[in-house]
Design a binder for this molecule. Structure first.
Ligand SMILES: [Zn+2]
Length: 307
């Protein structure tokens, strides 16, 4: 789930190891600024603005054509999580936000699917294996999402070696899980800071008896309504998540070209107008750059794409 820096490294390591079927889910497209850390992508992907799952599937097919890759260009929401994650033996976290992680945790605990939390920012990395019912879940460890202004890759930068180390550890744990080497699995939350040479671990071996999620089996994140507008972290951009409003990108391209510069391929349309850049996906979802004001983004969308 998620194919940025962590997801790229995880997908690459597992695909090269021969993991037979990998579903890659991401809502975003490749940009040149990603290339410092997102090791599955290159400048050609960025210039085509390819959706990350599509670009990842192409790269993997080029080095291991025998495995099945299922790219899914989608934003994970409470509404679509069941269909997006259906049938998976193991969920790997390549997301960059706690909203998505708590949603994955609710799904994983409810359906008894193991998952591996992995995060990295700056020179810091963290990972923990979560086996519902047997180990602590994310909500056992962090009952609430960390508060305050969180550092993100966009505000703090990221050392590509930190993300690759976190992903290497998580990919190794994934292989242990997939081959049934359960006694070898790590049962701690591991944190490290490569720049400061620091490392710490806390036990995650047992579920917390009073955990709301794995103890009381309350799943508030799964029950939540998907928010229609999401401000993406630190990128001066807003995502408009329409409720399935399929768009013909070629037709839309014709319609928009009198208002600005447009280009499109079969996966994505890009439209530049004033200081805004809009990226539109075939399901009607859009990412609008140049503002972090959801009202401005909403009105641009209504004006050019439709109400
Ligand atoms: Zn729990």
């Amino acid at each position: 789930m998620g194919c940025g820096a962590t997801g790229s490294a995880l997908a690459s390591l597992l695909a090269r190891s021969g993991v037979g079927t990998i579903r890659i889910i991401d809502r975003d497209y490749v940009e040149a600024s990603n290339l410092q850390r997102q090791t599955l992508f290159d400048e050609a992907d960025a210039s085509e603005s390819l959706p990350k799952p599509i670009a990842a599937a192409r790269k993997i097919a080029a080095f291991n054509s025998q495995i099945v890759v299922e790219p899914q260009v989608a934003d994970l929401t409470p509404t679509n999580i069941d269909s997006l994650l259906a049938g998976g033996m193991l969920i790997l976290d390549g997301t960059d936000n706690f909203e998505a992680r708590y949603l994955i945790n609710d799904y994983a605990v409810k359906n008894a699917v193991p998952w591996i939390y992995t995060g990295a920012v700056g020179s810091y990395g963290v990972t923990v294996n979560i086996m519902p019912g047997r180990t602590a879940c994310l909500a056992c460890i962090f009952p609430e999402a960390p508060g305050g202004a969180l550092e993100t890759c966009d505000t703090a930068g990221i050392l590509n070696s930190a993300v690759n180390l976190a992903a290497s550890i998580a990919a190794t744990e994934a292989l242990k899980l997939l081959v049934g080497a359960e006694s070898q699995l790590r049962r701690t939350l591991l944190c490290f800071d490569l720049w400061r040479n620091e490392r710490s671990e806390i036990s995650a071996a047992k579920p917390r008896p009073d955990c709301r999620t794995c103890g009381a089996r309350e799943f508030p994140h799964l029950a939540g309504e998907g928010r229609p507008h999401i401000t993406l972290c630190g990128r001066n951009s807003v995502q408009i998540h329409e409720r399935h409003r399929p768009v013909d990108l070629a037709q839309m391209s014709e319609r928009l070209k009198i208002h600005g510069t447009v280009k499109h391929n079969e996966f994505v349309l890009k439209f530049w107008h004033d200081r805004y850049e809009m990226t539109l996906f075939p399901d009607g979802r859009a990412i609008i750059k140049g503002t972090s004001d959801t009202a401005v983004a909403r009105s641009l969308y209504a004006r050019y794409i439709g109400n």
